[in-house]
Write a protein that binds this ligand. Structure first.
Ligand code: UD1
Ligand code: CA
Length: 513
């Protein structure tokens, strides 16, 4: 296939799109994580045109801003009050450098499934034939609404007639104009000056260029495509969803062809810019969105939504919601985890069940396994954050940062009040509220000393089942003390408790199982 570069691609996006019934301009609606016009620009860029122009009018500023954000090298051309696709192209030609020669391709901003390959094919056929116009046509089971392709007795394309201008006989024709063309630039420019607005809609039709070219004895060629999806435009929200689903089907299929294992393509949504490595398993109910990239041999899902997330090789991310996060190689996330922007989990690290993280660098091998909030934090390598630990990062006025050093151990149900630094190799006792820094090697404990009050249940809960249970246990214990043991103990008696000075409690218990 010829790889010759067309002189220009003109993308038409000036129409109002009233049937969308939306305050969002039609071409800014998205499928596959990209706007409709973004898809059109991508296909156009793919054939390497010297110039790329987008024609705008309705919601001009919003559309232009979006287009330039997507592709700053696009030329924005404003259509004036004269309506019609012909006028739109004429306005683009006026905005482009004068005297353009070669091939000008015209596409629509609301036809998102068109590919660069199809446009390449169109340009190659057009340039090989030296015809003045080559148009993509499609044969539809229901051609209602489209311009019909009129052919001469010998089969050459004679003209396009719009639905509204067509006779009943012409409306029987199933071959339609898709609205995607390659033109000889010089013919296009001069033919448009001959096109008027004498039709039912009072518009300047681009399609009339074909009859003008034929009247000059120039060649016009149809380039039929079988993949009808590529020529289908979005006019309402039903079509938006229909084309969105088809695009997804194609994206999921492409991911599988690249080596991903998708268990249930029907419930898997993958945006157009996502990459997934080979042998990564994607479980049902999973959405992989935005600029997410996933390495090889990962497990993603079920029921997981990732937006702009980087997942490294061999990681697993189960029943998780994550955005703008990085998950290191072999790391594990979920089930039921919520990773907010700025979360970075190192190699082999863990973010477990019912854990929320935000702006948190959790180093390699560190673990936040259960029921925690870890926000605005740096957690050192190999550190362990016990169940129920809360990083209290907000005092109602400012946000503070917490640092937990390498291989430190935060006991369960602790709250660390930021800004706070816990050094390398330090401990925090379970249930502590940490309000001052902890140095390397220290144990911090802030909870009250435990008191056991004898006989409290008998006095304050007499007659309850609790009281009954206590009495039964006490009776059994005292019987065991008075009667000699019937069998010799098979295990040595428990070792005497290690010395516990009253100011040094037992080490915190981590709830990791
Ligand atoms: C057009 C074609 C028709 C073809 C159909 C395919 C003409 C006269 N008719 O009809 O033969 O079968 O597309 O979908 O070309 N636009 C502008 N400025 C305008 C009018 C339209 O930029 O003044 C843009 C729209 O934003 C849209 C595209 O051109 O992206 C097509 O416009 P639309 O009104 O949908 O054309 P149709 O009447 O459907
Ligand atoms: Ca249309």
């Amino acid at each position: 296939m010829s790889e010759s570069r067309p002189t220009a691609v003109i993308v038409l996006a000036a129409g109002e799109g009233t049937r969308m019934k939306s305050t969002i301009p039609k071409v800014l609606h998205t499928i596959g994580g990209r706007s409709l016009v973004g898809h059109a620009l991508r296909a156009a860029r793919g054939i390497g045109p010297e110039h790329l122009a987008v024609v705008v009018r309705h919601e001009r500023d919003r559309v232009a801003e979006h287009v330039l954000e997507h592709d700053p090298d696009v030329l924005i051309a404003d259509q004036d009050e004269v309506r019609g696709t012909g006028r739109a192209v004429e306005c683009a030609l006026e905005a482009l450098p004068q005297g353009l020669e070669g091939t000008v391709v015209v596409t629509y901003g609301d036809v998102p499934l068109l590919t660069s390959e199809t446009l390449h094919g169109l340009v190659a056929v057009h340039e090989a034939s030296h015809d003045a116009v080559t148009l993509i046509t499609a044969t539809l089971p229901d051609p209602t609404g489209y311009g019909r392709v009129l052919r001469d007795g010998d089969g050459t394309v004679a003209a396009i007639v719009e639905q509204k201008d067509a006779t009943d006989e012409q409306r029987e024709i199933a071959e339609v104009n898709s609205g995607l063309y390659a033109f000889d630039a010089v013919v296009l420019r001069s033919a448009l000056t001959e096109v008027g607005t004498d039709n039912v809609q009072g518009e300047k039709y681009l399609t009339d260029v074909i009859a003008v070219a034929r009247s000059r004895g120039l060649g016009v060629r149809a380039y039929p495509v079988d993949d009808l999806w590529q020529t289908e435009g979005v006019n309402d929200k039903v079509q938006l969803a229909r084309l969105g689903a088809e695009l997804n089907r194609r994206t999921v299929e492409a991911a599988m062809r690249e080596g991903a294992i998708v268990i249930d393509p029907a419930t898997t949504w993958i945006d157009a810019d996502v990459t997934i490595g080979p042998d990564t398993v994607v479980h049902p109910g999973t959405q992989i969105l935005g600029a997410t990239s996933i390495g090889r041999d990962c497990v993603i899902g079920p029921d997981t939504t990732l937006r702009d997330v980087e997942v490294d090789d061999g990681a697993s991310v189960v029943r998780t919601q994550a955005e703008l996060a990085e998950i290191g190689p072999g790391a594990s996330v979920g089930p039921f985890s919520f990773l907010r922007p700025g979360t970075r989990l190192g190699a082999g690290g863990k973010i477990g069940g019912f854990v929320e993280t935000k702006n948190a660098q959790i180093a390699e091998g560190a673990k936040v396994p259960h029921l925690s909030y870890c926000g605005d934090a740096t957690v050192g390598p190999g550190a362990n954050i016990g169940a129920g630990t809360i990083f209290a990062n907000y005092d109602g006025v400012t946000k503070g940062h917490t640092t937990v050093g390498a291989h430190s151990f935060i006991g369960s149900n602790s709250v660390i009040v930021a800004p706070r630094t816990i050094g390398d190799g330090a401990y925090v006792a379970a249930g502590s509220a940490v309000v001052s820094d902890v140095d390397p090697g220290q144990l911090a404990v802030t909870r009250a000393q435990q008191r056991n009050i004898d006989g409290w249940v008998a006095r304050r809960r007499a007659g309850t089942k609790t009281d009954e249970a206590a009495r039964a246990a006490q009776a059994a214990a005292s019987a065991a003390r008075t009667e000699p043991a019937t069998e010799p103990a098979t295990e040595p008696a428990t070792e005497p408790a290690t010395e516990q000075p009253s100011d040094e409690p037992t080490q915190p218990k981590d709830a990791n199982g």
